[in-house]
Design a protein around this ligand. Structure first.
Ligand code: TRP
Length: 75
């Protein structure tokens, strides 16, 4: 794994309800779900984009803290 990957930006997902899903999608020519993480209300996940993960889909009510700003998902 490259230094750039390991040292890459983190962002935070804070769940506002039970059962928020963080879905990791693959990098490369095929775009597939590779991992689903479930967060309950109050749980926080801190994550990076990696050589395996190029996109993430967040399902449910959550707040995302990113370098692009603070993003609230809607119900
Ligand atoms: N093994 C995954 C990876 O290195 C772990 C991971 C990183 C992940 N960021 C994620 C899983 C975001 C789900 C969502 O890519």
């Amino acid at each position: 794994m490259s230094d750039a990957t390991v040292l890459g930006e983190y962002f935070i997902i804070r769940a506002l309800e039970n059962g928020v899903q963080v879905i990791g999608m693959t990098r490369g020519s095929e775009t597939k779900f590779h991992h689903t993480e479930k967060l309950d209300r109050g749980e926080v996940m801190i994550a990076q984009f990696t050589e395996h993960t190029s996109a993430m889909k967040i399902r449910g009510k959550a707040v995302l803290y990113t370098k692009h700003g603070i993003i609230n998902t809607m119900e």
